[in-house]
Design a protein. Structure first.
Length: 405
């Protein structure tokens, strides 16, 4: 509930400070850039501090402090730096929470507990966006940090009261061995560095891309890279485009809320259907739907604004960020899990995480440049083209990703 609305808040706040889409892109690029070393740093800390409770509580308090800081700093550069700090701190509790579940629950219950954990997290983000819709309808945007910061502090208090002593200690590598834990960990933050990747790790995956089964990881990772690059382009300019079209602050949060509600339902439905529908087919269909949604935004922003553009956003954002995202994420996650070898999970996940982080960061940077110097329409069309490339690559993936013994 606390962290879900922050990215939207930052984009709108920068606009209220008379910033441009280029300033929003810089803030988002810094945020994405920081999450890469943050994932490595907090993974290092988690390996050495086995007191999960202390790390979780401290991270919640630090996140609350960074949220409250937005109300103190009233310059664009200050907001950008605080958002970067927020990005660094908000990564801290992702891995300890996963490990805490595995350390305190019987293995037979891991699947159901992680499913419940994902559902609760999604509901929290949804409620946070719902709160933002109502709050910004009656109060200034800037004071939204008050309920969000209080919620983060409430998380810390609840953690102190409710998290009990551990029953065992697992290393982070266990997350990669259990599909449900990996699914949830990458859903919150699509980067998990069990080891820092080296150049040879990238070469090992991509140099054999033309040879039979060995090409599958390269195709999957390239497709995922195109997906996150396109997502970085689209997501960075979405909120600025809504503000540019004279959509109110409350209505902007409403668009994000609609997408999250549909995404919640889509994840619950697709998780049960993906094996029957086919993994590659589901991934390709998700990409095509997402690309079509991006294209619809690109066409709409060129011709309409105000209420008509809001209508387009309320229809196509839930399709692209809800149904399409859930379909592709669920399918690509299974493909990635199925290509992890028993002896090289660390290097494979390191390459995947580095690609995701770099693609998202580069997409955010490119988004600001295109939107500022060319236009929003061209930005969204470019994102659709890259999604289309990802769909083409996905169709080339072999059948080996469909199952794993």
């Amino acid at each position: 509930m606390a962290v879900g609305p922050v990215s939207t808040f930052v984009a709108l706040y920068i606009y209220q400070l008379h910033g441009s889409v280029l300033d929003v892109a810089l803030a988002t690029t810094l945020f994405n850039a920081v999450t890469i070393p943050a994932s490595i740093f907090w993974g290092f800390i988690t390996d050495r501090i086995h007191t999960r409770k202390a790390l979780i509580v401290l991270s919640y308090v630090a996140v609350a402090a960074s949220i409250f800081a937005f109300d103190i700093i009233k310059t664009i550069y200050g907001v950008e730096l605080i958002y970067a700090a927020f990005g660094f701190l908000s990564v801290a509790f992702a891995t300890p929470l996963n490990l805490l579940i595995m350390e305190t629950q019987p293995k037979s219950k891991w699947a159901s507990v992680f499913s419940r954990f994902s559902m609760i997290s999604s509901i929290g983000v949804t409620i946070g966006l719902f709160l933002s819709v109502g709050w910004t309808g009656f109060f200034p945007l800037q004071v939204l940090v008050i309920p969000l910061g209080v919620l983060a502090l409430a998380s810390a208090v609840l953690s102190i009261q409710m998290i009990k002593g551990r029953t065992s200690v697992f290393e982070r590598s266990m997350i990669a061995m259990i599909r449900e834990s990996l699914f949830h960990r990458l859903l919150y933050l699509p980067m998990l560095f069990l080891k820092v990747p080296k150049i040879i790790d990238f070469l090992r995956i991509f140099r054999n891309a033309k040879f039979g089964m060995t090409r599958e990881p390269a195709l999957i990772y390239t497709s995922v890279g195109a997906f996150y690059f396109a997502s970085g382009i689209f997501n960075t300019s979405l909120v600025p485009s809504l503000a540019y079209a004279n959509i109110s602050t409350s209505q902007v949060f409403l668009v994000l809320l609609a997408g999250m509600v549909i995404q919640d339902f889509a994840f619950n439905f697709l998780a049960k259907q993906i094996q029957h529908r086919g993994i590659r087919r589901t991934a390709t269909q998700g990409l095509l739907l997402r690309g079509g949604s991006y294209l619809a935004f690109g066409i709409a922003i060129a011709f309409v604004g105000g209420v008509p553009y809001l209508g387009v956003a309320l229809v196509f954002y839930p399709l692209g960020a809800g149904i399409a995202y859930a379909a592709y994420y669920a399918a690509s996650n299974v493909m990635i899990f199925n290509t992890l070898g028993k002896g090289n999970q660390g290097s494979m996940l390191g390459v995947f995480s580095a690609l995701v982080g770099m693609a998202t960061m580069l997409g955010s940077f490119v988004s600001g440049l295109i939107s500022f110097y060319v236009g929003y329409s061209e930005t969204f069309i470019a994102a659709a083209v890259w999604i289309g490339l990802g769909a083409v690559l996905t169709t080339l993936i072999g059948e080996g990703v469909e199952s794993k013994e």
